[in-house]
Structure formats: structure tokens, C-alpha cells
Design a protein around this ligand. Structure first.
Ligand code: FMN
Length: 199
């Protein structure tokens, strides 16, 4: 495990082993593996169990791949073209909570979908793959080319691939920084009783 990933307190190693590489082998991902990764997302918790997350997936080399890759900005395309699959992560902005007869705005759609994407990422890690989320993509293009209705948010695109030890396919500027990153100290993000975080 990387030096930059030494925990302050014991945690399951999967949390440290998950990271977001950009050097991928480009090998084909079995459909069953991809569906296992998505299955993990399915079991995430959500407000009123509304399950607002939706995923549109494409495997490299299939007809669905090109339109998803085209939504990424130039920087993300430069490395994500070597991924094995792309997922567009959507969330339903409305839902039917218990007792409601009409769809209501769901203020937790993004929060819950964040939990779901991480479940998928951790499942990918446990299967020997990596998932790398991206905000650098064209939401309007994704919405129009994938037929996403207005009552769904387009939250992120995720590249899934197998880590490559060979960084030569990466643009030069990216090679040196394709490593696991450190984190803020725990005291900077968690405080007992009231707002007050140590910087
Ligand atoms: C919502 C979100 C958007 C991100 N957008 C991008 C992106 O557009 N391009 C990119 O290369 N990495 C992107 N990342 C990856 C982050 O830079 C990365 O998760 C962060 O540096 C922590 O590193 P780690 O995931 O390796 O632990 C994004 C991550 C998240 C969760």
C-alpha cells in the first residue's frame, strides 16, 4: 500500500486500496463483472428507499461506447479512452415517498447517488478493477445523446478499467501524478459536538 495511504485508525483495507488511476490496460471487461459492480450500487441506502440512482453503461468496442466517450472533455478523453467501460451516473430528482400520490422533489437524490457510485467503486476494487469518477464532461450533450429526461440529473461519468503498470499511454504531464493521494487529517473533517475543525 502507498505511503500516502496510512490510516490514523484501523479501517478495512478496501477503503485505502480504492483510488482513481488514469493508466488503464484497455482490456475487455466481462459483462458479468460490470453487472456485479452495478449490483453493488443497487444495494445502497437511500432516503425513503427511493433508489434515485440510474446508470447508463457502455463497454469499450461496443456501439454504445462512442457516444459516452464523446461526452468527456478533451483531458478526460486523453486517458479514459483506455478504460474498459464507462458509466453515466444519473439521479431521479423526484420520487414517490410513502403516502404521496404525486412525485415529490427528492432533496437527497445526489447524496444517495453518491453513496451508490462509491458502492460500485468499492465492488470494482474488490474484483481487481478501478473506477474513476469524472465531472469533466458535457452534461447537455450526455442528456441529448443518451435521451435523459429533464427530471433526472446527470451527475458524473465513471471510467472503469484495470490498472496498467505501463504509464506510457498517458499524456506526459499525467504520468508522475498517477498515484494514490493522501487525505486531510481526521480532526480536520470530524469534530465532536459542534462545528470546529482543526486546519
Ligand atoms: C465527482 C468527482 C468528479 C471528478 N472529476 C474528475 C475529472 O473530471 N477528471 C479526473 O481526472 N478526475 C476526476 N475525479 C477524481 C478525483 O480527482 C479523485 O477522486 C481525487 O483526487 C481523490 O483521489 P482518489 O479517488 O484516487 O482517492 C473526480 C472525482 C469525483 C468524485
Amino acid at each position: 500500500m502507498s505511503e500516502s495511504r496510512t490510516p490514523e485508525y484501523p479501517v478495512d483495507p478496501i477503503f485505502l486500496n480504492r483510488w482513481s488511476p488514469r493508466a488503464f490496460t484497455g482490456e475487455a471487461i466481462p459483462e458479468q463483472t460490470l453487472l456485479s459492480i452495478l449490483e453493488a450500487a443497487r444495494w445502497s441506502p437511500s432516503a425513503y428507499n427511493l433508489q434515485p440512482w440510474r446508470f447508463i453503461w457502455a463497454r469499450a468496442g461496443t456501439p454504445a461506447w462512442g457516444p459516452l466517450l464523446a461526452t468527456l472533455n478533451e483531458f478526460n478523453q486523453s486517458w479514459a479512452r483506455n478504460a474498459s467501460a464507462l458509466l453515466v451516473v444519473l439521479s431521479a430528482k423526484t420520487g414517490l415517498p410513502p403516502g404521496a400520490t404525486e412525485p415529490q422533489p427528492n432533496g437527497w437524490h445526489a447524496f444517495d447517488t453518491g453513496a451508490a457510485w462509491l458502492s460500485a467503486a468499492l465492488q470494482a476494487t474488490s474484483l481487481g478493477w478501478h473506477a474513476h469518477a469524472m465531472a469533466g464532461f458535457d452534461k447537455d450533450l450526455a442528456r441529448s445523446s443518451l435521451g435523459v429526461p429533464d427530471d433526472f440529473a446527470v451527475d458524473a461519468v465513471v471510467a472503469i478499467g484495470r490498472l496498467s503498470a505501463d504509464k506510457s499511454a498517458l499524456p506526459e504531464a499525467l504520468r508522475a501524478r498517477d498515484n494514490p493521494t493522501p487525505r486531510l487529517p481526521l480532526a480536520a473533517i470530524a469534530a465532536e459536538g459542534r462545528f470546529g475543525f482543526k486546519s
